[in-house]
Design a protein around this ligand. Structure first.
Ligand code: SF4
Ligand code: SF4
Length: 115
């Protein structure tokens, strides 16, 4: 057995091709996505109400999202899903999104820029 150690090559940072989109006006606060997200990305935002009177889901730790899509599959109201990052960015920056649309990854970036 060789005693020569191989160099450790660090993995490149994970690049997510999709972004999480939350339609907060469609959310009914059922909590399924929060419960089933394997990375604890999601939480119910009790500081706001949508027009239906529910506290909508929000992203508490968007950096942990692995784009697995469980939340999209489990949501009974089509209120949360993954979208192509570049297409979503174009729509978001041009304001071409439904009322109540939240894209946590872009919001994080814009708040970072202001710091
Ligand atoms: S895509 Fe997966 S990791 Fe990301 S928020 Fe949804 S369930 Fe959680
Ligand atoms: S599963 Fe859908 S309706 Fe239920 S809390 Fe999550 S986003 Fe809202």
């Amino acid at each position: 057995m060789s005693a020569v150690r191989k160099p450790i090559t660090p993995k490149p940072p994970r690049v997510r091709k999709h972004v999480l989109v939350i339609q907060q006006e469609q959310c009914k606060q059922c909590g399924l996505c929060v419960e089933f997200c394997p990375k604890n990305v999601l939480c119910i935002d009790t500081s706001i109400y949508n027009k239906k009177g529910y506290h909508p889901v929000s992203a508490c730790d968007i950096e942990a999202c692995v784009n697995c899509g469980f939340c999209e599959r489990i949501c009974p109201d089509l209120a949360i899903y993954l979208a192509d990052k570049e297409e979503a960015r174009k729509a978001y920056e041009s304001g071409n999104v439904q009322e109540g649309t939240v894209i946590p990854e872009f919001e994080k970036n814009s708040s970072d820029e202001g710091q």
